[in-house]
Design a protein around this ligand. Structure first.
Ligand SMILES: NC(=O)c1ccc[n+]([C@@H]2O[C@H](COP(=O)([O-])OP(=O)(O)OC[C@H]3O[C@@H](n4cnc5c(N)ncnc54)[C@H](O)[C@@H]3O)[C@@H](O)[C@H]2O)c1
Length: 281
């Protein structure tokens, strides 16, 4: 999508962090933005801040892990802006527990917010983007953890899922005039480490992150890396550029490139191990 001015975007998790950075960058490029978030107060602040820059924006509260709430948010977007060109599936939570500590609730929460919301976002907004024939773009926020299994099990699984969905749909949706990008951030300065502030009550009391074991040490290191991480507004500008250029992968930095290459090398070594046993055809 080369000309963003006047287009309409729907951005989830836009009340803070990366989603807000994306909403700000798009609004600065003249895009009309519907911000969506589960946190009403953060959403109101974000919309107010952007409206003060003369941007054409609005907000809708939704728990994106519930399909009917996403559908309602889409209806409100069409009622307010008439059409939608850009879907940014960004809401996500760092949650779940390590092996031996996980529960069904911790898996269901993470899968619901990080993965099913992306599936449903595409299901609900895809036809809306297609319907006007002006083309569009879908950007979904995965993570470097969508390419190397570097964090907790459920987070890794959901982020690999977002990468897989995006890679597959990029091929399927091209002929329908919709570009598909996946955002794989490194460490970004946001509130991701305090994701449990947003656990919906239907999941009951999710267990607190384990203290005094390996997980606590990992959490502390991640917290420090994120506190010193990249500015989310910069990530927003990268996403804006990624939409304009229809980038398949939007990375934020090079920190984890060697680890990703190591994974590819391990995969290649797996093929090498059986190479001389493969029957010649
Ligand atoms: N911060 C990082 O270092 C980092 C790295 C890789 C990927 N990510 C991904 O970036 C995305 C944004 O996270 P962030 O780092 O900006 O964290 P954040 O906590 O600052 O922002 C996430 C936003 O999503 C909203 N949200 C949470 N649950 C929701 C739900 N059920 N429905 C609607 N909105 C909901 C929150 O209220 C919040 O505004 C996530 O998908 C996360 O996994 C972050």
């Amino acid at each position: 999508m080369q000309h963003l001015e006047g287009k309409v975007a729907f951005v989830t998790g836009a009340g803070s962090g990366i989603g807000l950075g994306i909403a700000q960058a798009l609004a600065a490029a003249g895009v009309k933005v519907m911000l969506c978030d589960i946190e009403q107060a953060a959403l109101d602040r974000a919309v107010e801040g952007l409206a003060a820059t003369n941007a054409d924006v609005a907000g809708v509260r939704a728990d994106v892990s519930l399909k009917e709430e996403l559908q309602k948010a889409a209806d409100e977007t069409i009622a307010r802006f008439g059409k939608v060109h850009i879907l940014v599936n960004n809401a996500g939570v760092g949650g779940g527990a390590e092996y031996g500590k996980w529960t069904d609730a911790s898996w269901n929460w993470t899968i619901g917010v990080n993965l099913m919301s992306v599936v449903w976002g595409i299901e609900v907004f895809g036809p809306l983007i297609e319907s006007h024939g002006e083309g569009g773009q879908i950007v979904s926020t995965a993570s470097i953890a969508g390419l190397i299994a570097a964090t907790g099990p459920s987070y890794n699984v959901t982020k690999y899922g977002v990468v897989a969905l995006s890679e597959g749909l990029r091929v399927d949706l091209a002929s329908r005039g919709i570009g598909v990008s996946v955002l794989c951030p490194g460490f970004i300065r946001t509130q991701i480490m305090d994701s449990r502030r947003n656990v919906p009550t239907r999941f009951g009391e999710l267990e607190q992150q384990n203290e005094g074991d390996g997980a606590a040490e990992f959490v502390q290191l991640a917290r420090e890396a994120i506190e010193n991480g990249i500015d989310p507004r910069y990530v927003g500008e990268l996403v804006r550029e990624g939409i304009e250029g229809d980038w398949p992968y939007i990375f934020t930095d090079l920190q984890f490139e060697p680890l990703i290459n190591e994974r590819f090398a391990n995969i290649t070594a797996g093929f090498d191990r059986i190479r001389d046993r493969v029957p010649q055809r």
